[in-house]
Design a protein. Structure first.
Length: 325
């Protein structure tokens, strides 16, 4: 029988990685330099494996092949086939990451036979001087973009944000963005590994070589539309669902609970993912399955689940809830 499933984290050791992921997730021994923890992934070569219960040791691929729409939802499979459509990560940046953009579905299919990448960030933790970049600060076009990349002035036209815990950024495909030093974020994105690197602060390796830039590829992928604000505004509320993002690729809500809350998924026809940002809770589904969830853990609730009841433990719990639809 399918039950709410947790997975082994896939830890990524990188030169820009910080020291927060292991203590946040309660992983010992502590490891420094872990830049990413892939919580739920169907990316080739990085497919998640079940951590607990009767399905322990099975891959997400095996679960999809065995359970199909019971796991994913019929509506989800009609749209995305047998690919799990989301990649869930924690990212901890000690250094500035490169300025990037991702293509949309049409361009990614044409160039890479891949999905595009729309994503969102939730800031879990931030140093006092932590920054993110999202969108443009003034109107430019593709010609000016190329010129500014070539003369190292592209940063002058990017929108820079000082960030703090709880900040949310929705990043549709085509939006130029970057994670700055001191940011620890949860990222929810389409299952795609296509990234165009626009700028890398003119950094050089020991041989004096810069990293490869994808200037021409990015030029046609960028959305040059100027918006007044790229940060998502929302009002936190206790013991109810607060919408953070809603698009055809995912819907994400914030749940901050100090009382029990039931969620009815009888008509949703999609899996549901809970990512625990803070505290702990017990999740009980309508089949009688119970899962304990604590800070740093992610659980996949199968689409054939009708209802879950979330019971906070101790001082309460903060969760991101994500599904398709």
């Amino acid at each position: 029988m399918l039950y709410p499933v947790t997975f082994r984290p896939i830890l990524k050791s990188v030169i820009w990685g910080g020291a927060d992921i292991c203590p946040f997730k309660g992983i010992e021994p502590l490891q420094d330099g872990i830049g990413e923890s892939w919580e739920l992934s169907h990316v080739e070569g990085n497919v998640s494996v079940v951590a607990e219960g009767s399905l322990a040791g099975k891959s997400l691929e095996e679960l999809i092949n065995t359970y199909g729409d019971k796991l994913l939802g019929k509506k989800v499979m009609d749209s995305f086939g047998t690919t799990f459509p989301l990649l869930i990560k924690f990212i901890d940046a000690r250094d500035h990451l490169s300025i990037q953009v991702h293509p949309d579905d049409e361009l990614a299919a044409k160039r890479h036979n891949s999905f595009g990448k729309t994503e969102m960030w939730y800031v879990v933790k931030a140093s006092d001087d932590a920054i993110l970049y999202s969108g443009f600060s003034q109107q430019i076009d593709s010609e000016e973009y190329v010129k500014r990349v070539n003369d190292n002035t592209i940063m002058d036209v990017l929108k820079k944000y000082n960030v703090e815990q709880g900040d949310v950024f929705f990043l549709p495909a085509g939006r130029v963005h970057a994670i700055g030093a001191g940011c620890f974020i949860a990222e929810i994105q389409q299952t795609s590994n296509i990234t165009y690197r626009i700028y890398d602060y003119d950094r050089r390796d020991a041989q004096g070589n810069g990293r490869e830039l994808h200037t021409e590829l990015a030029k046609d992928a960028i959305d040059y539309t100027l918006y007044p604000d790229y940060r998502t505004s929302y009002t936190p509320k206790r013991n109810e669902s607060v919408s953070l993002a809603s698009c055809k690729y995912f819907t994400t809500n914030l749940l901050e609970l100090d009382n029990q809350l039931s969620r009815d998924f009888a008509s949703l026809d999609s899996f549901v993912v809970y990512i625990c940002m803070e505290g702990a809770c017990e999740l009980l589904d309508n089949k009688g399955n119970k899962v304990s969830l604590k800070q740093g853990q992610t659980v996949l609730v199968p689409a054939d689940t009708q209802k879950v009841t979330l019971s906070p433990v101790g001082n309460g719990v903060k969760l991101l809830e994500t599904y398709i639809g």
